[in-house]
Write a protein that binds this ligand. Structure first.
Ligand code: NAP
Length: 327
């Protein structure tokens, strides 16, 4: 049965607790969690861990980067960007609106440190080599993939930046190389609602140029890399993205659709929702997937609602219901 979660749908006793506590995990670090991999391979982030963000200059990726830097956990945040100078400037300039969320330990608008920025281009003639990708991933504990291009032909497709080039081939490449990163424990991929409903409206239309098929192929690669390496994965499928930063030429940008003042979310396992998702809410979900000890091998769709943001405990309980058990 699909499990739908909002703040008001969670009762403290409604779901079984699943907490891989740090001390428990370390006392059994040689035992297996799945497929013979040691349990530490699925541990959540801890202070000083390194996190690599692909797409850290994008709408959701910028917010993920800022939130991670503002967590007060001394994360080493590395952003892979095509234009290093632009990325540095973008990510060190304060943003014009307050970020939501429910548990940031310091203000997410004021990053205490800047991210490391490294140059990586994932498609086209200037494409980075596998060695460059491998070197960017060296020593990281987690990888966030929030890459994207437009669903329909635009100037952003120049140089091979099509949905197939980005959402399928580039994500596939990242996943394949990530499989060999021994320190990697978590990989979080942003895709979209509709990947499993391409025969239904409005997704038939959205998929006219294959963006949902390409995203599904990227999902397959991440799932398989995670299973082969023993690390944990999260596939987050947001609804139409609204709210700043506006990085896409779409109606949400044209009409500056903010998506409400609260940061409430509705989440459902698999691909079942339809609606708008604030970029801020999607970014918060990414951070929670990295930090929550129960967020292991989850796949869920997410949209915004007008309820309050989830508490720490509610996020944990929600993730239990989002786990993908099938093989
Ligand atoms: N728009 C929607 O309504 C919607 C709905 C559901 C899901 N999504 C998906 O949600 C995710 C996040 O969306 P978003 O709006 O935050 O994305 P976005 O603003 O379009 O950001 C895309 C990111 O990908 C990077 N990128 C593109 N081509 C690259 C390349 N060749 N090499 C390296 N980096 C490259 C961009 O870098 P540059 O800054 O250099 O361009 C940017 O950082 C995407 O996968 C998107 O498709 C979007």
């Amino acid at each position: 049965m699909p499990r739908r979660v909002t703040a008001s749908s969670i009762s403290p006793s409604g779901l079984p607790r699943f907490h891989l506590r740090w001390e428990n995990a370390s006392s059994s670090s040689s035992s297996s969690s799945s497929g013979g991999s040691p349990r530490w391979k699925k541990w959540p982030m801890r202070p000083n861990d390194s996190i690599l963000v692909f797409g850290g200059t994008g709408g959701v990726g910028q917010l993920v980067t800022r939130k991670l830097l503002a967590r007060g956990k001394e994360y080493v945040v590395r952003v892979a960007a095509r234009d290093v100078d632009r990325a540095r400037e973008l990510l060190t300039t304060p943003i014009a609106f307050p970020l939501g969320g429910s548990s940031s330990s310091s203000s997410p608008t004021s990053s205490s440190t800047a991210p490391d920025v490294i140059r990586l281009d994932l498609v086209g003639d200037a494409k980075s080599t596998d060695d460059e990708l491998r070197s960017a991933m060296e020593g990281v504990s987690a990888i966030v993939v929030s890459l994207g291009t437009t669903a329909f032909p635009t100037r952003r497709w120049y140089g091979g930046n099509t949905p197939v080039g980005i959402d399928s081939e580039a994500v596939g490449r990242i996943a394949n190389i990530a499989m060999g990163v021994k320190t990697l424990r978590r990989i979080v991929l942003l895709t979209s609602v509709g990947v499993e409903r391409t025969d239904q409206m409005p997704f038939v239309f959205l998929n006219l140029f294959g963006v949902l098929d390409a995203k599904r192929s990227g999902e397959d690669a991440v799932r398989s890399a995670s299973r082969n390496s023993g690390s944990s994965y999260a596939i987050i499928r947001p609804g139409r993205l609204v709210g700043g930063p506006y990085t896409n030429l779409d109606l949400a940008k044209l009409f500056q659709i903010e998506g409400g003042t609260s940061n409430g979310v509705t989440m459902e396992r698999g691909d079942a929702l339809l609606g708008d998702c604030k970029r801020d809410a999607a970014a918060e979900a990414v951070v929670r997937c990295l930090e929550d000890d129960g967020c292991m091998d989850v796949e869920f769709s997410i949209v915004s609602n007008e309820e309050r943001a989830l508490t720490d405990e509610e996020w944990s309980e929600a993730f239990v219901g989002m786990r993908c058990i099938s093989g």
